[in-house]
Design a binder for this molecule. Structure first.
Ligand code: SF4
Ligand code: SF4
Length: 99
């Protein structure tokens, strides 16, 4: 897919690979996405360091660590409290209810 990105007054054409997103104004190449009927959670695996703050503090027990990265395996249990977004020191999580 071809996107036009506006940067410093110039338009830049960029071919986007699968998983590429613009998160918090930054291009990233390795974003994982989970969806439920209610919410969407994205974790930027280029940022995620796997120290599990989200796993430990999510009251819905949505996250688990797989291969050292956060996985929103139980997204249906999300109560939309935004704790995961708040506690992630790497700002790796984007949540549709917490923008
Ligand atoms: S708190 Fe952030 S950096 Fe840490 S495991 Fe979760 S998503 Fe990754
Ligand atoms: S919004 Fe709350 S319940 Fe949902 S995944 Fe984040 S910490 Fe867990």
């Amino acid at each position: 897919m071809l996107w036009k990105i506006r940067s410093g007054g110039d338009n830049i054409d960029a071919g986007f690979a699968a998983g590429t997103r613009i998160m918090k104004g930054r291009l990233t190449m390795n974003v994982k996405t989970w969806k439920s009927d209610a919410v969407t959670i994205e974790v930027d695996y280029d940022k995620c360091t796997g120290h599990a703050m989200c796993v430990d503090q999510c009251p819905g027990e949505v996250y688990e660590l797989t291969g050292g990265k956060a996985v929103a395996a139980y997204i249906d249990q999300c109560i939309e409290c935004c704790t995961c977004v708040a506690v992630c020191p790497e700002e790796a999580i984007v949540h549709s209810s917490c923008e």
